[in-house]
Design a protein around this ligand. Structure first.
Ligand code: UD1
Length: 373
């Protein structure tokens, strides 16, 4: 395989931004520099989910913005495909690089593969085994379309081998989201400062341990009954451990539809808008516990050594459980409350930072891409 032309990197949704930023930086820093372009599908468009991350992460303005926005999976994917095609043609790209498992990544990988443009997938081979998860469908399909597959943990290569993907295409490089974490953590400040800024009316105690919660998976938030049940569990947990909860727009809409207000949740859950990247890092770094259904936060908690309870029955990132600080607690009230109690009593699960989560993953990707030019 030869990469003949610039690498077209794709972002669409929030978690793509902290993954692509270190890759673009490593491409620019490589000698000679690897030419790259940035396409933004516009899957996420709010300043809170998108704009504010560009400056902080040092991302350049996209060369192309596709303005896709929200929609059903079919509409979002189809529009991204339709609008990406002419952009790819005009760029004469030598390869398309996609990260993670969002709809934008699948859409652009599919366009490239049909045109015979090599597809590079960063964060390949992760599998939850849960086909009801939209991201699982995206993961399997993107990997099948990819010419080069960059993995974050060793289990990924086994998954890819089982699916018949040539191991020669698979490169274990580490985790680019940890590259961003390592770069930005030193400037992130203290979690308590972030809380003081967010909590003007003093809902949370000013001192002592706190936890961080995020929820946005359709399986957790789209059904009002499930969401109420989870909220009741969190309210009970918050009696012991006050919680800061930056609320994703999808979740905000579902909470409002279900009539769930902060008061109903219990006084010690602070609901705030989605946070910027460094505020979130600071908040997680100083937290006693992270409770989340986000894949990226499971990894960040592991890298930070902060105990994490995943509010799902499975994870596509098993190294965060086998080596890291992560535990699967599902949506079960008793398991969630028990995790909080255990964490407060004993400091919570300790782990080690997984292999190659060392802040240099993007440099390894750049080295491999350069060798193919
Ligand atoms: C998407 C990804 C998910 C990722 C998440 C991170 C897919 C299938 N899902 O889920 O894997 O973990 O991003 O956030 O690609 N909305 C806004 N403002 C925005 C964007 C969305 O208000 O800027 C609202 C809209 O009501 C929209 C809803 O959030 O309908 C969901 O957005 P969407 O991009 O479809 O999926 P996410 O839930 O964000």
């Amino acid at each position: 395989m030869k990469i003949d032309g610039p690498v077209m990197c794709v972002v669409g949704a929030r978690p793509n931004l902290m993954k692509v930023a270190p890759i673009l930086r490593a491409f620019a820093a490589h000698a000679p520099a690897i030419p790259a372009r940035l396409a933004h599908t516009g899957q996420h468009y709010d300043h809170a989910l998108d704009g504010q991350f560009f400056d902080v992460l040092g991302l350049p303005a996209p060369d192309a913005h596709l303005g896709v926005g929200s929609g059903t999976h079919a509409v979002q994917t189809a529009q991204a495909m339709e609008r990406f095609e002419p952009v790819l043609d005009a760029a004469q790209a030598g390869a398309v690089l996609v990260v993670g498992d969002v709809n934008s990544s699948l859409a652009c990988a599919l366009v490239a593969a049909k045109k015979g443009v090599p597809v590079l997938h960063v964060e390949a081979g992760l599998r939850s085994g849960d086909w009801s998860m939209p991201e699982e469908i995206n993961r399997v399909l993107i990997d099948r379309l990819s010419d080069l597959l960059f993995t974050t943990e060793r289990s990924a290569a086994d998954n890819l081998r089982r699916e018949g993907i040539d191991p020669a295409r698979v490169h274990f490089v580490g985790n680019v989201i940890i590259d961003s974490l390592r770069q930005h953590l030193p400037g992130a400040g203290a979690g308590r400062q972030v809380i003081a800024r967010l909590d003007a009316s003093g809902l949370l105690p000013r001192e002592g341990a706190y936890g961080v919660v995020t929820l946005h998976r359709p399986s957790n938030v789209d059904d009002a009954g499930t969401l109420k049940h989870l909220f009741a569990a969190l309210a009970e947990a918050a009696v012991r451990l006050p919680l800061v909860f930056p609320v994703h727009p999808r979740t905000r809409a579902r909470l409002e539809a279900a009539g769930l207000s902060p008061g109903a949740a219990g006084a010690r859950i602070l609901l705030v808008p989605p946070l910027g990247y460094v505020d979130m890092l600071a908040l997680m770094h100083d937290a006693a516990l992270v409770l989340t259904d986000s894949g990226g936060m499971q990894e960040e908690a592991t890298a930070l050594g902060v105990p994490c309870g995943t509010l799902r029955e499975n994870t596509e990132r098993p190294v965060t459980v086998s080596e890291g600080t992560n535990e699967l607690v599902g949506r079960d009230r008793r398991r969630i409350v028990d995790l909080v109690a255990r964490t407060l009593a004993g400091g919570g699960k300790r782990g080690r930072v997984p292999e190659l989560w060392d802040g240099r993953a993007a440099g390894r990707i750049a080295g491999i891409v350069a060798s193919l030019r």
